[in-house]
Write a protein that binds this ligand. Sequence first.
Ligand SMILES: [Cu+2]
Length: 118
Amino acid sequence: MNARATVAAAASVLVLGTVATAAAHTALRSSNPAPGATLARSPAVIVLSFNEPIRPRRVTVLDRRSVNLVTAAARDARDARRVRVRVRRGVPGVHRVRWTVAGADGHLISGAYTFRVR
Ligand SMILES: [Cu+2]
């Protein structure tokens, strides 16, 4: 193997290693309401479901005035992979959910999505 081929082989090993690590990480599996959903009324509770046990760190739900509607966010007592977020009523329109949780290995991961209230 010449030097260039050796570098290329090492690089591909690095890429594969990165993918394997990412796949093992915490990920949001589903949520209620779902991303992109349109609801007839403001939800009282939002549930975020992950692929492994998590600890919630920060969750905000902003209505279109950018008012944070969250009154409490805690891990579900019966399912450590879920976060239950209590929200008060905002103004109709786009609601933006932003979350940060600590995964089983302690790493923080974050994400965001929107849903709409009529
Ligand atoms: Cu990690």
